[in-house]
Design a protein around this ligand. Structure first.
Ligand SMILES: *Cc1c(COP(=O)(O)O)cnc(C)c1O
Length: 429
């Protein structure tokens, strides 16, 4: 597979590019303003390659240079238990996590594994530098899993508070390095530390929301749902922290509309859910603000320190950037929700009872948002609804004794020079 089946279009200036020969483009090479690129695929109609493993059945719509051999993918099924309870006749669940009876085999526990698969498959062969991935937890686990399977050298930077909840299910490759940021740090601190490290010559950044492979990898959730349903759902529910997965679902829905075979009528309405008290995007959207207002950093940090779903905690999400969360919501007349820890926990118990598996806290938050929307009469009974369960089955993995503890390779304390410490502790590639 070469990179010729896609090009990258800058949403700011409209120029298009072939992907970089070395590494990958994260932003428009022509100007310095941050901008999102979007992958444009030669195939405008989706062809499914069932012979490819997992999510690579959608390889025509992934910006990748190879197909990974062991990859798994998203699954979707129609709910009867929860659908009956909520009186929704067409409720579909995209389950991303570990639930073998349903064919869900993402052992790192979340849809971040889809992102990691696509990003690793976008890395050019012969890349001699190490990728740097900043994570609140799930992205890190996903990359440890996928980079181990595929021998991709990576440094994963995580906050100390996340360490206890990380696992792998296989022995980690020596090419993976876990760098822990000690102290009272949050996701944004980790992003900034990772950025510093990735500016060194021997490293390159994974790029977060700016990486088209991250977005389209997550977007396969919608492709698998549409393959199952036969058309685009009317409503899409997801918990967001950065909103990258939400933007990804929107971008895939645009491609599916252009394809023309999956319903051209109405746009898929996006419903994004945040976990109170940290709800900066919900607050801004409800005030129709195209930019996030400045918020007191100390207040945000305090809100995040008590947050139930820690993965939903990005203080600088891609909300106002062109093609970001605000544009996605505007285009689809979307909605945003704020769900408390109590509502989330109740939603999680309901799902366990009615569907039969444990949800990641963020997925509980998403279901809490769906429950609010149904109670407020925003969804009609016959409309099709897709609930993106972005993570689940962690308890199931524990019960099967599949989890191994992740031990840090490097601990970075406040004031330390991250470049120096990480470099000193690396195994040679
Ligand atoms: C990362 C994550 C989210 C939020 O995804 P966005 O990138 O903000 O769209 C939701 N749920 C889980 C389980 C996650 O790991």
């Amino acid at each position: 597979m070469s990179a010729s089946h896609y090009e990258l279009a800058c949403l700011e200036c409209g120029r298009s590019y072939r992907d970089a020969d070395s590494g990958f483009f994260l932003s428009c090479p022509e100007h310095h303003r941050p901008s999102l690129l979007r992958a444009r695929y030669a195939e405008r109609r989706l062809t499914i390659h069932g012979e490819n493993p997992g999510m690579f059945r959608y390889s025509d719509w992934l910006p990748v240079r190879r197909i990974l051999k062991e990859a798994n993918g998203p699954i979707c099924y129609e709910s009867s238990g929860l659908g009956g309870y909520l009186k929704l006749d067409n409720l579909f669940i995209a389950f991303n996590g570990y639930w073998p009876e349903k064919g869900a085999l993402l052992e790192s526990g979340s849809f971040k594994e889809l992102e990691a698969n696509a990003v690793c498959a976008r890395v050019p062969s012969g890349e001699s530098r190490r990728m740097v991935v900043s994570s609140a937890g799930n992205t890190g686990m996903a990359f440890l899993h996928v980079c181990t399977q595929n021998d991709v050298p990576v440094v994963v930077v995580v906050p100390e508070s996340a360490l206890g909840s990380l696992w792998t299910t296989t022995e980690r490759s020596p090419l993976t390095t876990v760098a822990v940021l000690a102290g009272n740090v949050d996701y944004l601190d980790v992003i900034e530390a990772g950025k510093k490290l990735s500016e060194m010559e021997t490293f390159y950044p994974e790029g977060g929301a700016l990486n088209v492979a991250r977005r389209d990898g997550m977007g396969t959730v919608l492709l698998s749902a549409v393959e199952h349903i036969g058309e685009l759902p009317s409503h899409y529910f997801q918990a967001i922290g950065s909103g990258t997965g939400g933007i990804a679902a929107w971008e895939m829905s645009l491609r599916l509309r252009e394809d023309g075979r999956f319903g051209r009528h109405a746009k898929m309405k996006l419903h994004f859910v945040q976990n109170s008290p940290f709800t900066i995007m919900t607050d801004a959207w409800r005030l129709s603000l195209p930019e996030l207002p400045a918020v007191d950093e100390r207040v945000s940090r305090e809100q995040i320190s008590s947050l139930y779903a820690q993965v939903l905690s990005n203080r600088k999400p891609p909300y106002s950037i062109k093609g970001g969360v605000f544009d996605a919501l505007t285009d689809t007349h979307g909605d945003m929700y704020s769900v408390s820890m109590k509502e989330a926990e109740e939603a999680g118990e309901l799902f366990q009872k009615l569907e039969g598996i444990d949800l990641h806290p963020a997925a509980q938050v998403a279901l809490g948002g769906l429950i609010q929307a149904v109670r407020a009469g925003r969804i009609r009974r016959r409309e099709s609804v897709l609930l993106n369960v972005t993570g689940g089955g962690s308890e199931r993995l524990s019960r099967e004794e599949k989890k191994r503890e992740v031990k840090p390779d490097v601990v970075i304390h406040p004031g330390d020079n991250i470049e120096e410490i990480v470099t000193r502790n690396l195994v040679r590639i």
